[in-house]
Design a protein around this ligand. Structure first.
Ligand code: BGC
Length: 374
């Protein structure tokens, strides 16, 4: 599901965006239609992860000088709260809903309620699955994220028989499947040829000769190595795995960590084990704390997903819809029920070599947010 991004023969036309309005972040913004009228509702999964606070900040930064009003609400990791948020926004008269679901399948009910009111639904970063109530999807290339993570481990591996510890995101998030699938695409041949030895997943071990895994097979591996996107769960799992690991699964090792929040806590656990002589560990999101970890040599890489682009694409689509036009898309994702027209953005690998150029010199972050940056 959602595996193939099919490029349609459309050109990447530049949408000129008259950007949207007004104060947001869990507060209503006063629109022209009355004190609580809102044109575009934005629902994000949780404030507890820096990734989504980044999105909130970038939305706010993009929301100046427009005729349209917006409101951003957070679901705090609860599908019930998410549904309430959508209902609140429906009651405020939104015409467009931009939503990154907490749980891609459970969010179906919320977006169906919006659809029933004639609202255009844009899935943001995470696909909403098994419903026809999603009109558009704006996303990063999530398969490429996983491939970049896997390739980084390969490029930094020396010798053979290197213990490989696998971790994944939450099974309720379609992206977790895409990330793992991407990583598997590149890692599997290197597992099959003995470069890597899987250290912590009997399910992955049993499937190591298979280049392409079904959703069910991926689900089995995820069931074993999921972090649920929770740094604490990641830490506990890493501890359990290290306690169980024999000496030949220590030494110089590689770790596939799905994102920055989980990477930092897994790195902390492995970094404290004296039998681990070195580790290479992946991440994603370019969170400030992980950029510091990369500068300090505690996390090897991150996949930078420029949230400004996703925000621009989502708001651009919303404005097109509000203006009565059909938004530009560049492909589609199968969500299990329909092909959802999509716009996809590339990602950038960041490590010690290019961290300053990509994230500081580019103006994405301030140098003053870090120590030891050269
Ligand atoms: C996002 C990642 C994020 C993860 C945990 C995924 O759907 O694409 O950027 O780290 O969720 O919130």
């Amino acid at each position: 599901m959602g595996k193939k991004f099919k490029f349609l023969p459309t050109l990447f036309a530049i949408i000129t965006i008259a950007f949207i309005a007004v104060g947001c972040s869990s507060e209503s913004s006063g629109g022209s239609g009355g004190s609580s009228s809102v044109d575009v509702g934005i629902v994000l999964p949780t404030k507890d992860e820096p990734r989504w606070v980044q999105d909130e900040e970038r939305f706010k930064a993009a929301l100046d000088d427009s005729d349209y009003t917006t409101e951003i609400l957070f679901s705090q990791g609860s599908s019930d709260k998410e549904k309430q948020n959508v209902e609140t926004l429906i009651s405020k008269g939104i015409d467009v809903l931009i939503i990154a679901p907490h749980d891609g399948a459970a969010a179906g009910a919320a977006v169906e309620a919006a659809k029933d009111e004639g609202i255009t639904v844009i899935a943001y970063d995470r696909l909403i699955t098994d419903t026809d109530a999603v009109d558009y999807y704006v996303t990063f290339d999530s398969i490429a994220v996983g491939e970049a993570q896997g390739q980084y481990l390969i490029d930094n591996a020396e010798g053979t028989g290197i213990p490989l510890y696998l971790y994944a995101g939450a099974s309720s998030d379609n992206n977790a499947f895409l990330f793992f699938e991407g990583a598997w695409n590149v890692l599997q041949p290197k597992i099959a040829d003995g470069t890597f030895v899987i250290a912590n997943s009997s399910e992955a071990e049993a499937l190591k000769e298979k280049a392409e895994l079904s959703r069910d097979e991926l689900g089995k591996i995820l069931g074993q190595v999921t972090t649920n996107w929770d740094p604490n769960e990641a830490k506990n799992k890493a501890q359990t795995h290290l306690t169980a690991a024999s000496a030949d699964l220590k030494g110089d090792i590689s770790i596939l960590a799905p994102n920055d929040g989980t990477a930092r806590s897994i790195a902390d656990v492995f970094g404290k084990d004296s039998a681990i002589t070195s580790y290479t560990i992946t991440g994603q999101d370019a969170e400030i704390a992980s950029i510091q970890y990369i500068i300090d040599g505690k996390q090897s890489m991150t996949v930078f997903k420029d949230v400004r682009t996703l925000v621009t694409d989502a708001m651009g689509m919303a404005v097109e819809v509000l203006d009565g036009n059909t938004p530009e898309t560049t492909g589609s994702y199968d969500n299990g029920a329909v092909e959802v027209p999509a716009k996809q953005t590339d990602v950038i690998v960041v490590d010690q070599e290019n961290v300053k150029a990509e994230l500081v010199d580019s103006g994405y972050y301030e140098a003053s947010e870090f120590t030891g940056l050269e």
